[in-house]
Design a protein around this ligand. Structure first.
Ligand code: SF4
Length: 488
């Protein structure tokens, strides 16, 4: 191991921000906290914290490793113990200083802190704890902090970090225990799932104490026209969207009030932005059906906020790693994210999207169109009569447009012109809907015809994805004034 000594903070930053670029689990949604006039920074539940590079990676956070030294030897990782790469570590004070300076200059909106394993998991987790403790308590940093949990760290340390961080994540790394054993021999499922369960339980208990709802992440399935949620009881579908949205607003305000009161007291809520995880795809032979089923189980059993997918990049020459001729499987990653969206917001289950007979996503069509074409007997849907959850299943109709349709048709019958104004993507939806019993154009309602039309449309999107996607994280060092900022 080649440990660099006497490096400047900028040299360390170059090494440790570059070493963090393969971690994709770093979005920052979920916390709405205003500045209080005494501490530095704020965090907004949506909008300003969401900045993504062209390849979909989040760049609005200072994304660094505490150290790229590591005692583990995960085959897929550039920082594995057996690699001969320059190694270095920050001190807690250096991470605090960088975060505060970048925040002041508006380069970042928060911190994403992960780490290799220095000496042992507890030693590393304790350094991470010291870092964010100083940030919150000494520097009064009130911005967003996402911390990666070190597998195998003591639950006491996980607990301490959880009271200071906004989001925590524990990477599942590979979808099966066998894959983990083969490519990450120092890790095991127990060390990954145990902190995940601990974080879930503590979030649940803390929200219970504060009188806040513990919502399920996945949209539950409709039964007999009603939706059953764990915490909220029976909610009538479609017709009470307004009530639901009022309830969400009230809850958001309540969280905001509690958070700001608690910050003043030096107290905090436990992991208020929830937890996430990441799976590498393409390094082991699991199919898409297995991947989305694992993701679904994680959402259900651990109430994760997000499951991220990271297309495998072969950074090490190792006989156990596959060679992927076309490069990282970006289209596959894209399809998995589309399916993830369908499961979280549209009420789809993994077994509706794929099956053992059809275990991988269609490369030519997005998962929703593909599902619709396999279920043509459910279409066309009459826009002026269908319930909210049926509308959600129509290609080209999203959550917003389905809600708008439900609201607008209370006042008048809708036609295609109205749908366009509402935001429905008619070039997809027109094959699957009628307005007042009529199609948009006279057309054949058969699978071949619709498939041909939709694949022509999708070709352009896929081409754009492949052409525009680079597999590089934007670098802090692209910022022209970066050096000046460090010297200041
Ligand atoms: S624990 Fe594994 S994945 Fe994490 S830094 Fe070490 S070698 Fe890489």
């Amino acid at each position: 191991m080649h440990i660099q000594e006497n490096l400047t903070i900028q040299q360390k930053l170059e090494i440790l921000s570059d070493a963090a670029k393969y971690d994709v689990a770093c979005t920052s949604s979920g916390v709405d906290r205003q500045g209080d006039g005494k501490s530095m920074g704020n965090s907004v539940a949506s909008g300003i914290c969401h900045t993504f590079s062209a390849d979909g990676r989040c760049i609005s956070l200072l994304k660094i490793l505490f150290t790229n030294e590591c005692i583990f030897d995960c085959k897929y990782c550039i920082n594995r113990a057996s690699n001969d790469v320059p190694r270095t570590s920050f001190t807690p004070e250096e991470v605090c200083s960088l975060t505060m300076e970048f925040y002041r200059r508006n380069y970042i909106e928060g911190l994403f802190l992960s780490s290799g394993i220095l000496k042992n998991p507890n030693y590393t987790m304790d350094l991470i704890y010291q870092t964010i403790y100083q940030l919150r308590m000494v520097h009064q940093f009130n911005g967003y902090i996402h911390v990666k949990t070190i597998p195998g760290a003591d639950p006491e340390l996980v607990d301490r970090v959880g009271w200071l961080a906004d989001r925590m994540s524990v990477n599942l790394e590979l979808p099966t225990a066998d894959g983990l054993k083969m490519l990450a021999p120092n890790k095991n499922r127990k060390n990954i799932l145990r902190p995940m369960k601990q974080i879930q339980n503590e979030i649940y208990q803390n929200r219970q104490q504060l009188g806040l709802p513990n919502r399920q992440i996945l949209l539950p399935k409709k039964e007999n026209g009603l939706i059953q949620t764990k915490e909220q009881g029976m909610i009538a579908t479609g017709l009470n969207n307004k009530e639901l949205s009022m309830q969400h607003k009230e809850n958001a305000l309540r969280v905001k009030r509690l958070s700001s009161v608690q910050m003043k007291k030096g107290d905090r809520t436990f992991v208020p932005a929830g937890q996430s995880t990441q799976m590498i795809i393409g390094a082991t032979p699991e199919n898409d059906y297995e991947l989305v089923s694992v993701a679904e189980a994680l959402y259900r059993n651990f109430n994760l906020k997000r499951v991220f997918y990271s297309a495998f990049i072969r950074v090490n020459d190792d006989a156990l790693l596959p060679t992927i001729p076309g490069g990282p499987p970006l289209l596959r990653e894209h399809r998995l994210y589309q399916a993830d969206w369908l499961m979280r917001y549209y009420g789809f289950e993994s077994k509706e999207l794929l099956s053992e007979q059809q275990p991988n996503f269609n490369v030519l069509l997005d998962p929703k169109c593909d599902w619709a074409l396999r279920n043509l007997h459910l279409f066309p849907v009459e826009i002026n009569k269908a319930d909210y959850y049926t509308l959600l299943r129509v290609p080209g109709i999203g959550v917003k447009s389905a809600k708008r349709i439900m609201d607008a048709r209370r006042h008048a019958k809708l036609d295609f012109h109205d749908l366009k104004k509402i935001g429905v993507v008619l070039k997809r939806a027109m094959y699957f809907i009628t307005c007042n019993g009529k199609n948009m154009y006279p057309m054949k309602f058969n699978e071949n015809f619709i498939t041909n039309q939709l694949t022509a449309l999708e070709d352009k999107i896929v081409l754009g994805l492949e052409e525009n996607t680079t597999y590089q994280q934007l670098s802090l060092f692209d910022v022209k004034n970066f050096n000046m900022a460090l010297k200041a």
